[in-house]
Design a protein around this ligand. Structure first.
Ligand SMILES: O=C(O)CCC(=O)C(=O)O
Length: 279
């Protein structure tokens, strides 16, 4: 059994694929250490693992951190509660730019999604590199953002979901009452690479703490537009059996909703850091 593989970059800012991976070696510590190093470098990493078992999926997740049992989505059931199912047939999708659950005090650091059922075309996922976006800011803007914090809130997307009939009113009220919001620095530092990244999204970030509303709105509008420049992005066209891992401290992602009425079903796990989620 070989634990070595080739990493081929897929995008200039982020994204790479792992080639010649021995499927039997995928959950070995030495393979996972090499996958982790490639993930830190490339921020989103595609593995071609059609035969991946739920046991192997969880072994990969446990290597990176504490796998989450997701509050909102169904899962694979007993023994595999940490493997969440996102199935368009149930109305579930994530067609918005976001870091996973950034409204939590310590949001997931890595997410891994394994494609199960795909539409004939469409259903791609996009990522944007928040480290490259940060690097491209002017020195003046970097200075301005230093020390600022922004609120991340679950209520806005829940209201959108209610309006789209994706959640019931009972579920909406239940989630709103959880009061899921948290203040995070606008710029975080990756604990392994040391790179700085913007930490904000049009989905969850409501405002910058301590600024007047028009100033906060103008700065966030500028930063959201800046982060979505195509040159910071990477788009993956899925094949059944692909697993993409991404580092939520370095990227935003958005799963394009352009395939209805076809089905798209993914199995995914996100993991929490065992220590602080940023440096
Ligand atoms: O379905 C996808 O491609 C990604 C969905 C998503 O946003 C997630 O799993 O966090």
């Amino acid at each position: 059994m070989s634990s070595s593989f080739i990493v081929r970059p897929l995008g200039p800012s982020l994204g790479a694929e792992v080639l010649d991976l021995d499927p039997a070696s995928v959950a070995l510590p030495q393979t996972l250490a090499a996958i982790e190093a490639a993930l830190v470098k490339h921020e989103a990493l595609v593995l071609h693992v059609p035969g991946l078992t739920p046991e192997q999926h969880l072994a990969i997740a446990r290597y990176f951190g504490e796998p989450e049992v997701h509050t909102f989505y169904p899962n694979l059931g007993e023994g595999f509660e940490q493997i969440t199912v996102i199935d368009s047939k149930l109305g579930d999708r994530a067609d918005m730019w976001h870091h996973d659950e950034s409204f939590l005090p310590s949001p997931p650091i890595v997410t891994m999604t394994h494609a199960q059922i795909l539409p004939p075309c469409g259903g791609d996922t996009c990522w944007t590199s928040m480290t490259t976006a940060y690097d491209a800011l002017s020195a003046r803007m970097k200075q301005y953002l230093e020390g600022l914090h922004a609120w991340h809130d679950m209520n806005g997307p829940m209201t959108t979901a209610l309006r789209q009939n994706v959640v019931t009113h009972e579920r909406y009220v239940e989630v709103i009452n959880m009061n899921r919001r948290h203040l995070h620095p606008l710029v975080i530092q990756h604990p392994v690479s040391g790179r700085k990244a913007l930490y904000l999204s049009p989905t969850y970030t409501t405002h910058i703490d301590g600024l007047a509303t028009p100033e906060s709105d103008a700065i966030l509008a500028y930063l959201h537009a800046h982060c979505q420049h195509v040159q910071f992005g990477f788009r993956h066209r899925w094949r059944v059996g692909d697993m993409v891992l991404w580092d939520n401290r370095s990227v935003l992602h958005n799963a394009i909703l352009d395939y209805q009425p076809h089905q798209r079903r993914m199995q995914r796990t996100s993991v929490f850091a065992r220590g602080p989620f940023h440096a």
